[in-house]
Design a protein around this ligand. Sequence first.
Ligand code: ATP
Length: 324
Amino acid sequence: MIMPLGLFFGAITSVNQALGALGRIQEILDLPDESANDRDLAPLALMVGEANAGVMPDAPAIALDEVHFAYASTRSDPADPDNDSPDEHLPEPDVTDRQPVLRGVSFEVPRGQRVALVGPSGAGKSTILALIERFYDPSVGTVRMGGLDLRSLDRAELRAQIGYVEQDAPVLAGTLRENLLLGSPEATDEECEHVLRSVNLGAVLDRDPAGLSAAVGDDGIMLSGGERQRLAIARALLAAPPILLLDESTSSLDGVNERMMREAIDQVSAGRTLIVIAHRLSTVIDSDRIVVLDDGRVIGEGTHAELVASVPLYRELAEHQLLV
Ligand code: ATP
């Protein structure tokens, strides 16, 4: 399937824009962390790393417990760069006059498992990922990582455990290597090549004799929607986070890209905890657990087969996507 050209070109941002965004992220990370208090910092990486399963107490990698949440302000205007730093707008405890977005959400993601979040648009899936990254705090309830309340953790330490692949992730106008090294400047060419092949982008690497030095984007290799998201996954994987959050692209993928995406998700979930917002059930049908959300509530949880049998909304989604 051919993507609209506007969508494709719109996704290719300049290096400057990306560096600006990185600068803003760094500013957020540099904010003094009022909430770490005097906690004797637990080795968080040990608590959530799959390699340490069996060594550390068996707390889930991520757990939400009766989480309620309402945004403090109306949705920020994405065109206004001064209005998108949610960290500076943690919600006040009094949320009675605000529209609730999450209403008592509880679920656990055991270490090393793959959990999918599915549900209609606006159900609250992206908001859950934002809470896990602690861009916001719950109004009521608790989010835990490795058994520890996120509010007790140092923000930088917390985010070092998490890789986040956004929807329709941008590709920088630059080389494949530059795109990969953005979050891990120390990575070697060998590591870059390995990670590209692990997410099924070996063919892209082989498409141009320049290999990692090949330009991507306008003046170089054109990447499909699926390839762009897999490149973003590869970038996140180079940092080897124990927990990966993936907001699957809503762009339509052709059959080949969809299969590649499924295989890439299989690959990356080995040895790490993966939480995927799934817009196509086919990419998550094999997840250990699927959490179905509707209007800020969990309305079902289980395997694909269990949910088809017991949750009408899920069965409808599955039928709509020709999976039953
Ligand atoms: P989609 O599948 O369309 O991405 P979603 O299930 O991820 O939807 P969210 O993006 O979490 O849903 O949105 C849940 C609700 O919160 C929606 O009503 C949305 O308009 C609102 N919302 C999301 N982000 C903000 C924000 N920054 N400020 C105010 N309201 C927001």
